[in-house]
Design a protein around this ligand. Structure first.
Ligand SMILES: [Zn+2]
Length: 101
């Protein structure tokens, strides 16, 4: 099973996983819709192929919870800073850490 992540570049080393898709077409459609909303997204949104579901790999770095069926990962923030791999925050912790959702 392959997954496609739409991710947003925050800075040179930090990425935010916006949403995970199981098809490239769905990822393309999501990115196109975001760019239609705000053309600036064209410069920061990228689609990458992932080896596995981020939803399954994730564990919040703050509260250690894992995404469940009612909490399916799409709202999670996943950063890659190039040194410690992926750092994930569940929606609640992300809001506390970053002040938005
Ligand atoms: Zn958390």
């Amino acid at each position: 099973m392959e997954f496609w992540w739409v991710r947003e570049r925050v800075d040179g080393h930090t990425w935010k996983l916006l949403k995970e898709f199981s098809s490239r077409q769905a990822a393309d459609d999501f990115r196109a819709a975001k760019i239609a909303e705000d053309p600036a997204h064209a410069d920061v949104l990228f689609i990458v192929q992932a080896g596995g579901s981020a939803t399954k790999l994730l564990r919040c770095s703050e509260c250690k919870q894992e995404p469940g069926a009612e909490n399916p990962g799409a709202e999670w923030r996943v950063y890659s800073n190039g040194t410690v791999g992926l750092v994930a925050f569940c929606p609640e912790c992300a809001e506390r850490e970053f002040g938005d959702s």
